[in-house]
Write a protein that binds this ligand. Structure first.
Ligand code: ATP
Ligand code: MG
Length: 575
């Protein structure tokens, strides 16, 4: 297994122990305790509740793996539920992409695909129940006035002058709110809890707001929309969720979650919070990701540099790699930042097992093998995947003129350079030993062509007389090569924490201007000519790559997924 070299810096978790086996995480411990006490009759039912206002990212993948993975582990169920309570930013495009991404990750919600908007009628009835109990009221303060009278952590809030409206008047006004008699923002429905509560979320929170906006599913049926805190617990309750797993920022909202369900006297799931995933060199805020897309800093949500699931898919990451990564980072109650190198490690580890090998040259240097017959071509045998014998061998053509990597030749090599140099013999992978006999330069002194001789006795890359060479390099036969366009991707940001590295700095200042390098006419072996978009493979000695969906019959487009070497080590050494 590839070694993961990393250093401990700041609060960055390095994942030094890439072993997946570990004790129960705290959520699974809670579940086992609940099963032991019979709290939910040993039933486990979780949900993944995305808001369809953007594409899913690697942070969501953590939550997906946790929710679906927990249900799988305990023979339970996990629902997919779109939390579509905000009509302004939500779109079907996002719904479709989210469905595609979760399926691709390998999870299945059976027939349990739900939308919070399907429960709008039920939520409205529940709100009427609370009004009738004297636990909710229509408030005529504006959003700004509500904020101003909310108080602070050190100061109690002020009660709304509408707080003690008679129940009948509240019922009448709430119905008229629903009917569309009032303008946006002119009134709200608020829970009547406690304006002096030390928890600001409990200071008469808004349950409904007036918003004359079309909803992607309910159209113009509603002009009042439920707020997240009011809606979410009801959604969980209606679906009989047992463990409602969410991120830490909702910890302070749990008393409100519990209050609503207790006051209504309905089925009551257990909310449990865990720390969200933060990754170095990555932003995860949907607002910022949308900004990158709309500002054309990247080429769409599925740009291979994006931390979105669709971007990672296009980049060549595998579902197994992402799931293994999620297992490795585990689940904790404390915020931390994970080194993105751990994700890349998981990608390499999986691709190493499954990716067929090919040869391709990124920066070609022409090599003429002077003693090789002019019109001869032969087929040599290459191993498809040394990690998986069942994938067998393939034939690769060899001829008099080949391309090698420019960086595999040095006219005046330093001591540790074992590749080609004048007078030096190296092995061409799977082919022959060749010796460099001559160097051709252009007017500016740049090496543009090499001449070599080959030893026919070394066919297949082995020398019968036991002669050793120190370097093995990859190559592609010029006559047989197909040209490819290759996208070399690097990290999108230049600093480990682009959202907060410098106070008052915009994360866009840290965009890596060299995060995409495009190479054209890269000679690659002809076996890639009928490769289908999505194919993941290794270019020997270079890294893992995949075929981009933009590929057509006469335009092969290849994305570099990840280099072979642990890039973290290189960066750490430079510091
Ligand atoms: P928004 O700011 O739009 O609410 P969000 O990232 O919370 O963004 P949701 O669609 O509400 O987006 O998230 C769906 C689920 O994914 C939620 O349960 C949320 O807690 C979880 N989630 C979101 N970001 C992360 C993250 N970085 N790590 C782990 N879980 C996450
Ligand atoms: Mg959210």
């Amino acid at each position: 297994m590839e070694r993961l070299k990393m250093t401990q810096r700041n609060n960055i978790q390095t994942g030094e122990n890439p072993d997946i086996s570990r004790p129960l995480n705290f959520i699974h411990q809670i579940i086992e305790d609940d099963n032991a006490s019979g709290k939910f009759n040993k039933r486990i039912h979780t949900r993944f509740p995305p808001e369809p206002n953007g594409y899913l990212h690697i942070g969501h993948a953590k939550s997906i793996c946790l929710n679906f993975g927990t249900a799988e582990k305990y023979n339970g169920l996990c629902n997919l539920r779109f939390d579509d309570t905000n009509p302004i930013k939500e779109e079907d495009e996002y719904v479709n992409s989210i469905i595609e991404d979760i399926k691709w990750l390998g999870f299945d919600w059976g027939d349990r695909l739900y939308f919070a908007s399907d429960y709008f009628d039920k939520m409205y009835e529940y709100a009427v129940d609370l009004i009738k109990k004297g636990k909710a009221y229509v408030c005529d303060l504006t959003a700004e006035e509500i904020r101003q009278t909310r108080g602070s952590l050190t100061e109690a809030g002020q009660e709304s002058p509408y707080r003690n409206r008679p129940i009948e008047e509240n019922l009448d006004l709430f119905e008229r709110m629903r009917k569309g008699e009032f303008s946006d923002g002119s009134r709200t429905l608020r829970a009547k809890i406690d304006m002096t509560s030390p928890n600001l979320n409990m200071r008469d929170p808004v349950m409904y707001r007036i918003l004359h906006a079309s909803h992607h599913r309910t159209g113009d049926k509603w002009c009042i929309y439920p707020m997240y805190d009011w809606a979410h617990g009801l959604e969980d309750s209606i679906e009989k969720i047992t463990h409602s797993i969410c991120t830490l920022e909702f910890e302070d909202h749990r008393p409100l979650y519990d209050w609503f369900l207790n006051e209504l006297g309905v089925y009551h799931p257990q909310q449990i919070e865990f720390a969200r995933l933060n990754l170095t060199y990555t932003i995860m805020s949907k607002r910022k990701l949308l900004e990158l897309v709309q500002g054309k800093y990247v080429n769409g949500w599925d740009d291979p540099r994006m931390p979105t699931i669709s971007g990672m898919r296009r980049r060549g990451y595998t579902p197994a790699a992402i799931r293994n990564f999620a297992d490795r980072i585990g689940v904790a109650k404390r915020e931390s930042t994970i080194d993105v190198a751990l994700l890349e490690f998981s990608v390499r580890e999986d691709l190493n097992k499954i990716a067929p090998r090919f040869m391709g040259v990124m920066n070609p240097l022409k090599v003429v093998i002077d003693n090789y017959p002019e019109n001869q071509a032969e087929e040599l045998e290459a191993i498809n995947n040394p990690e998986d014998e069942s994938t067998g061998i393939r034939k690769i053509p060899f001829s008099k003129v080949i391309y090698i990597e420019k960086t595999d030749f040095m006219e005046d090599p330093p001591k540790k350079f074992f590749r080609l140099a004048p007078g030096r013999e190296v092995r061409l992978r799977y082919a022959y030993f060749v010796t460099c006999t001559d160097v051709v330069k252009n007017e500016s002194g740049e090496v543009v062509e090499l001449h070599c001789t080959y030893d026919p006795a070394t066919w297949g890359g082995d020398s019968p007389d036991g002669r050793k060479v120190r370097g093995t390099i990859h190559w592609v036969s010029a006559k047989h090569a197909i040209p490819a366009k290759v996208h070399l991707y690097d990290r999108l940001f230049t600093v480990p924490n682009p959202s907060g590295d410098k106070e008052g700095c915009d994360y866009k200042e840290f965009i890596n201007s060299e995060s995409l390098k495009v190479l054209t006419n890269c000679p690659v072996e002809p076996n890639l000519s009928d490769a289908k978009p999505g194919l993941q493979f290794q270019f020997e000695r270079l890294g893992y790559f995949c075929i981009d969906p933009d590929t057509t019959n006469d335009n092969l487009v290849i994305n570099r997924t990840v280099t072979l070497r642990d890039t973290w080590a290189k960066i750490a050494n430079r510091r």
